[in-house]
Design a protein around this ligand. Structure first.
Ligand SMILES: CCC[C@H](NC(=O)CCC(=O)O)C(=O)O
Ligand SMILES: NC(=O)OP(=O)(O)O
Length: 317
């Protein structure tokens, strides 16, 4: 595998899951693979889980790691061609990218949707430039429209906890004070649609996701109806996708907050969230602290998803 930006890049999903569970049995069995290989992790946005789990995964494989927070310490970067650079940005991305490629063997990039230009976001402008100009394998640590390392960890977790072959998985919108990207819900939907699970998406009208990610999922505008009989509840906020409201917060209605009353409608469902989570906006304290909350094992599996991806990229070097 050269690059990793979406579920399709993994190839056979069942085989990838088997590789992940093999790694989970003994995560130090491939330490020779990454010897004298360097991972460069580039963050245009904040991170806790991705930053720590991906470094840990690289170290498990014997790799060296470097981390660059672009907006703290590096030169402020111009990303647009044709701009006369007489402002506050001393360096262009089109120089910085090949230079960074000189110092490493694999590059991870986090660059959220900016909500300034929908086409730039949904054409994945930034990560595409790293793929085009770095000369190295590139993987996404959440880009504008997907978060594949998170979704892979989510699928590993559901496979570990499911009680039936085809669980009912419900992704529910929940309120948030800010305009958040569609990357996590897009990606989760893409990965769920790659399984044979029963997958339902529930959100207020106006929050419809890009149809290419929704696929054949059932969309239910009645959240309580969606929750009925669910085995997994995956909660996430996202800003509106559809024009003319792209990037807008249309609702902060806390009637959509996941609480014990709604969880009681489910088939004793597990609660999942990628974290960080705004308690008592997305989910109540009682639900996220309940025995059915698996947000911590879900976060722990980020090390496994990252290590599986890095292993497959290293095997291709
Ligand atoms: C893994 C999730 C990353 C990001 N989350 C946030 O930006 C949350 C920020 C906040 O709650 O203020 C998102 O929603 O895509
Ligand atoms: N879930 C996730 O990617 O967390 P961070 O944003 O903290 O990396």
């Amino acid at each position: 595998m050269r690059h990793f930006t979406c579920v399709q890049d993994l190839g056979d999903l069942r085989q990838a899951l088997n590789e992940a569970f093999e790694i989970k049995k003994d995560r130090f069995q491939f330490t020779a693979l990454g010897k004298n290989k360097t991972l460069l992790m580039i963050f245009f946005n904040s991170s806790l889980r991705t930053r720590l789990s991906t470094q840990k995964a690289a170290m498990n494989l014997g790799m060296n790691t470097m981390v660059l927070d672009v907006n703290q310490g590096a030169w402020k970067l111009e990303t647009e061609r044709g701009v006369i650079m007489d402002g506050d940005k001393p360096e262009h991305l089109l120089e910085a990218i090949p230079v960074m490629g000189c110092y490493c063997d694999i590059i991870g990039v986090r660059s959220f949707a900016r909500f300034e230009n929908k086409a730039d976001d949904y054409n994945e402008k930034i990560i595409s430039e790293f793929i085009k100009y770095s000369g190295r394998p590139v993987f996404s640590m959440e880009a504008a429209t997907r978060h594949p390392l998170q979704s892979f960890a989510d699928l590993i977790t559901i496979e570990e906890y499911k009680k039936t072959a085809r669980p009912k998985v419900v992704m529910t919108w929940a309120p948030h004070p800010k305009a958040l990207p569609q990357a996590v819900p897009n990606s989760f939907a893409e990965w769920m649609n790659a399984t044979d699970y029963e997958f339902v998406i529930t959100h207020p009208e106006g929050y419809e996701l890009d149809p290419k990610f929704v696929g054949n999922a059932r969309v239910e505008y009645d959240q309580k109806k969606a929750f009925e009989g669910a085995d997994f509840i995956y909660a996430k906020n996202w800003a509106a996708y559809a024009d003319p409201n792209y990037g807008q917060v249309l609702s902060k209605d806390r009637a959509w907050t996941v609480d014990t009353e709604k969880m009681a409608l489910t088939n004793n469902a597990y609660f999942m969230h990628c974290l960080p989570v705004r308690r008592n906006m997305i989910v109540t304290d009682d639900v996220i602290e309940s025995p059915q909350s698996i947000v911590i094992p879900e976060a722990a599996n980020r090390e496994i998803s990252a290590q599986t991806v890095l292993k497959k990229i290293l095997m291709g070097l």
